[in-house]
Design a protein around this ligand. Structure first.
Ligand code: HEC
Length: 198
């Protein structure tokens, strides 16, 4: 069983955290971090309502996840950020295959510190997944993706390419797990008569 650590972040909005300054969220006794309140102003009422209903623990977790990423997109969507992440993953693979430790380490660190899309992650999830149970898995998914990428970078720095390579499957396991839970089928056509089997 992997140890879950709340180090990385995938959930942020375009805001660098200045800590856990709290304020009361209207309609909910749970305190709401100020940064989240700012981000929520850009959300539709339906999404805002879902986010406000999250537990104080989860709000804190989301806030912590926000605080770790230093790069924040102005207009980029999650799907575009995901394409960037895929590019970094492919760059790591290329670097490992060519024994280029520096390229591997740098691409892995960029992957771990990927940009945060406009509005954070939540607006791009299906609305019915914005609840305490489903979102509780996020720290574990971040840890396996971003934590493994950072371990890969450390191994590459040390010149241990076999060890670096071994983290590739851990990273992809995290990509797949998160997609299973939060991603709908990519590129579904509204012009097909037969529904997809998935
Ligand atoms: C925190 C959850 C999460 C993690 C972790 C994650 N993804 Fe995604 N990914 C998503 C969601 C949600 C979408 C759908 C976004 C949309 O369509 O608006 C997505 C979409 C994508 C897409 C766009 C095309 C498509 O299939 O929809 C690519 C490419 C992608 N992810 C690659 C990756 C890779 C590579 C990793 C691991 C290094 C990864 N993702 C990790 C949640 C995640």
């Amino acid at each position: 069983m992997r140890k879950v650590m709340l180090t990385s972040l995938m959930l942020a909005g375009g805001l660098v955290s200045s800590g856990l300054s709290m304020a009361e969220a209207p309609g909910n006794a749970a305190p709401m971090p100020v940064e989240m309140q700012q981000m929520m102003k850009t959300y539709t009422p339906a999404l805002r309502q879902k986010v406000m209903a999250l537990s104080p623990e989860l709000k804190g977790t989301i806030q912590q996840l926000h605080a770790g990423h230093t790069r924040h997109a102005k207009e980029t969507t999650l799907r575009q950020v995901m394409q960037e992440i895929l590019s970094e993953y492919q760059s790591i693979a290329s670097a490992l295959a060519t024994d280029n430790a520096e390229q591997a380490a740098e691409a892995a660190r960029r992957l771990a510190n990927h940009r945060i899309p406009k509005g954070g992650l939540l607006p791009y999830f299906p609305l019915d997944k914005i609840n305490n149970t489903d979102l509780a898995v996020l720290p574990a998914m971040n840890e396996i993706v971003e934590g493994s990428a950072l371990k890969l970078a450390t191994a590459a720095d040390a010149g241990d390419m076999p060890r670096a390579a071994s983290y590739m499957s851990d990273i992809m396991t995290g990509c797949v797990a998160c997609h299973q839970k939060f991603r709908t089928t990519p590129g579904v056509s509204a012009n097909l008569m037969t529904p997809l089997s998935k």
